[in-house]
Structures are given as structure tokens and as C-alpha cells.
Design a protein around this ligand. Structure first.
Ligand SMILES: NC(=O)C1=CN([C@@H]2O[C@H](COP(=O)(O)OP(=O)(O)OC[C@H]3O[C@@H](n4cnc5c(N)ncnc54)[C@H](O)[C@@H]3O)[C@@H](O)[C@H]2O)C=CC1
Ligand SMILES: O=C(O)[C@@H]1CCC=N1
Length: 263
């Protein structure tokens, strides 16, 4: 059981994925707030058995940790409301582009802050979460951060610049994988298999590929080679990737992500 008191501001998709992990890991003191959308707040409260509030500012002084899970654009306003009511809490944001320098600049001198970049697999305890602690984070607070991140999957401590550059690759890229999965599922359905079966086939193919990717014995290029029998069907397919300049497209995809987060 974990007794740290955690307030989560924002009750959207990422917040819910984190709450799911926290509850599974037996964090007992979780409170959640949202702007507007009272219905969503009530649903989160009953679904995850957490407390909720519409006036989070009144509860900050009772907390150990505040997790900001609202859109990046809402941070300016929320931080200006948070600063005057803080009493030594650790402040964590999960927002794309909102780094520790941004938080430290807007919160009282000496505030412990961290920037965390999870992904939605947090809901299954399978996120790969990147994090950067700010300069005022104590060893005990860093332990709290790791405990929270452990509840939603694996994690890695990196610097601020690395988090900016890797947000597209670990935060957003699940959507790229699902986009490809959607095409494969739809194609599989054309053969007459049901949606459920098509999803199972594709999910297991991705799970197996992820396991292979994790193997330390082979480099990724070798894995591609291994599938592509010389002169075979996969080689024919991969030449279409080249024809459509897949690598260039992926570079553009990642750059678009990075640039948007910087805005
Ligand atoms: N969805 C994802 O895969 C990931 C999202 N993130 C970050 O998580 C944050 C939330 O994203 P999502 O959950 O996808 O969006 P969402 O739209 O599902 O949820 C955002 C929630 O914040 C609430 N909100 C907006 N302004 C607020 C305010 N001033 N005070 C309190 N609540 C407020 C909204 O009502 C909404 O419930 C973003 O900063 C995003 O960059 C980070 C990593 C992955
Ligand atoms: O799309 C977004 O802005 C968020 C950040 C990373 C993944 N989802």
C-alpha cells in the first residue's frame, strides 16, 4: 500500500491511464480534478474509486504530489493558480513540451518539479515513461516519482533535451503503430475473419515482433532481413516502402511532432 497523497489535475485519457496504474499498485490517496466536464469527473471517481474535486486549489496544501495532466496550453493558467497555494509539494507534469525549466520559472523558488512523458499503455502497466527531475528534487522525491512510474510500466531518467526529442518516439509513436495496425486489421477482415479475430492476429504479430526487437542478440536490420526471404514476398513489399520513401515520411512525421510540442 502507498500512502502518498496525490492530486491529479485533468481527468482525460492520460490521467485515467495513470490512475488505473496507481490504483492497481495500491496508491490509496488519489484525488482528481477537471475543468468543466463534471460528468467525466464523476465517471472517473466511480470507475477508479478515487476522490474528486472541482476546486483543486483548496486541496493542494494537503498533498504530497500534484500531477498536471491537462493540455500543455492550460499550464500557464494552472501554474499561476498553483503557485500561491503550494506548500512544498512535488509538482509533476506529463504534458508534451512542458519541461522542468518551464515549471521552475513559474513556481516558487526551490520548488521540486519533474517532467514525465508516459504513453497510453500506462493503462496496462506497459508504458515506457521518460522523466527528468528538476534541480530541487530530493532523493526521497525521486523515489516517489519512480514508484509512481513503476506502477504504470518501465521508465528511464533522461535530460530535458532528450525528453523533447524522444516525445514523438515513445509518447506519440503508439498512435503510429495503431495506425498501421488499423490498416492491417481492415485488410484481414476482407478475408472474412471477424474484427475480433483480425485484432487478435495483428496484436499477437505486434507483440511477437516487440519480443524479437527486445532480443539483444540481433540488430533491427537483421530482423528485417530474417523476415525478407531473398526474392520473396516480403522483399517485394519492402520495395514499396522505398518507392514511397518511407524513411523520409517517418522523418517528417517525427519532425512535425517535435515542432508542435515546441510551440
Ligand atoms: N494521450 C497521450 O497519449 C499522452 C498525453 N500526454 C499529455 O497528457 C496531457 C493530457 O492529454 P490527454 O489526456 O490526451 O488529453 P484529454 O483531452 O483526454 O484530457 C485533458 C483533460 O484536461 C482537462 N483540462 C483542461 N484544462 C484544464 C484546466 N485548466 N484545469 C483542469 N483540467 C483541465 C480537460 O477537461 C480534460 O479532461 C497533455 O498535456 C498531453 O501532452 C503525454 C503523454 C501521452
Ligand atoms: O498528442 C499529444 O499531444 C500527446 C503527447 C504525446 C502523446 N500524446
Amino acid at each position: 500500500m502507498s500512502n502518498e497523497k496525490i492530486l491529479i489535475v485533468g481527468a482525460g485519457r492520460m490521467a485515467q491511464a495513470i490512475i488505473k496504474g496507481l490504483k492497481k499498485a495500491d496508491f490509496t490517496n488519489v484525488m482528481v480534478a477537471n475543468k468543466g466536464n463534471q460528468e467525466r469527473l464523476e465517471e472517473v471517481e466511480s470507475r477508479f474509486n478515487v476522490d474528486s474535486t472541482t476546486q483543486w486549489q483548496e486541496h493542494v496544501s494537503d498533498q504530497d504530489i500534484v500531477i498536471l495532466a491537462m493540455p500543455p496550453e492550460a499550464h500557464e493558467q494552472v501554474l499561476s493558480e498553483l503557485a500561491p497555494v503550494m506548500t512544498n509539494q512535488l509538482i509533476i507534469t506529463v504534458a508534451a513540451g512542458i519541461d522542468v525549466s518551464y515549471l521552475e520559472k513559474r513556481l516558487p523558488e526551490g520548488t521540486a518539479v519533474a517532467w514525465v512523458m508516459p504513453n497510453t499503455a500506462a493503462a496496462k502497466g506497459e508504458s515506457i515513461t521518460l522523466f527528468t527531475p528538476g534541480k530541487n528534487v530530493s532523493d526521497e522525491q525521486e523515489y516517489f516519482i519512480e514508484k509512481i512510474l513503476f506502477s504504470i510500466g518501465k521508465f528511464k531518467k533522461l535530460n530535458e533535451q532528450q525528453l523533447h526529442a524522444l516525445t514523438p518516439i515513445t509518447g506519440s509513436a503508439p498512435a503510429f503503430i495503431y495506425r498501421m495496425a488499423l490498416t492491417l486489421i481492415n485488410k484481414a477482415k476482407e478475408t472474412g475473419v471477424s474484427e475480433v479475430v483480425a485484432k487478435q492476429l495483428v496484436a499477437q504479430m505486434i507483440r511477437g515482433s516487440a519480443e524479437m526487437l527486445n532480443s539483444e542478440l540481433k540488430c533491427t536490420a537483421d530482423l528485417i532481413d530474417e523476415v525478407a526471404s531473398p526474392g520473396g514476398v516480403t522483399a517485394a513489399a519492402l520495395s514499396v516502402f522505398d518507392q514511397y520513401q518511407f524513411d523520409q515520411m517517418m522523418n517528417d512525421v517525427l519532425t512535425a511532432c517535435y515542432e508542435r510540442a515546441k510551440q
